[in-house]
Design a protein around this ligand. Structure first.
Ligand code: DC
Length: 226
């Protein structure tokens, strides 16, 4: 098997703003893997709930809504395109109110079960790098490589603020990140935490290239050991 193609399953979990998407995209390009961004699926569902005026805390209403909802993730070299009931919502799911609602709808066990099923189907053939919050712990507990990518809240808010081109205030971004961290880490169902066998990388004082190089070395070693 060539080194550029492998049926591996690589799980990348971690909090908002740790750099998961950028790192996953780089690894996907390097090793010829599909890059699947599971946060985009929760975001698409949250967008539908918002559009229909549903309370993101109403588990029963959300479960009913999910039963009539189709979410597709289409990996492309420039990131995932997301279709919600056939409509491309790739840009709309990045709006701040959708970000907030995605964190709220994702606490509900029925919604998580539905998403986890979809994600397992998407990744069933392997050859993927899947990023999210519970990939190494729940979605693919037997993933070949599990990374938990972390960084201090300050570093993450600084990066997010820079990416936004200086929109709003960095203090507000930090506050949003802290709230989302709290909800993602303390929810009862599959809270954000490193899997016991995950490699934890703290990227606070690492460059993107350094993070990618560390993970590339792990993947290369894993492939050589097969
Ligand atoms: O990665 P992101 O910021 O696009 O994720 C949006 C929200 O979705 C995040 O606050 C938590 C939730 N999420 C989750 O609960 N499980 C995942 N595997 C991915 C995202």
């Amino acid at each position: 098997m060539s080194q550029d193609h492998c049926p591996l399953i690589i799980a990348i979990d971690g909090p908002a703003g740790a750099g998961k998407s950028t790192v996953a995209a780089r690894l996907a390009a390097r090793f010829g893997l599909l890059n699947l961004e599971t946060g985009a699926m929760y975001r698409a569902f949250a967008l539908k709930a918002l559009t229909q005026g549903l309370d993101p805390g109403n588990a029963d209403a959300l479960e009913q809504l999910a039963a009539g909802t189709q979410i597709q993730l289409l990996p492309t070299p420039s990131g995932n395109r997301v279709l919600l009931d056939g409509e491309d919502v790739t840009a709309r799911i990045r709006q701040p109110e959708v970000t907030y609602a995605a964190s709220q709808v994702s606490v509900h066990p029925a919604i998580r079960r539905w998403m986890v099923d979809l994600q397992r189907q998407l990744g069933a053939k392997g050859g993927i790098v899947m990023e999210g919050r519970d990939i190494g712990t729940v979605v693919f507990p037997h993933a070949d490589i599990k990374i938990f990518l972390d960084a201090s809240p300050e570093a993450r808010s600084e990066r997010r603020y820079a990416q936004s081109g200086g929109a709003g205030s960095q203090q507000a971004v930090l506050q949003e990140i802290r709230e989302r961290d709290e909800r993602d880490r303390t929810r009862a169902q599959s809270p954000l935490r490193p899997a016991a066998d995950a490699v934890v990388i703290d990227s606070t004082s690492l460059t993107l290239d350094e993070v990618v190089a560390k993970i590339e070395a792990l993947i290369t070693a894993r492939m050589a050991a097969r």
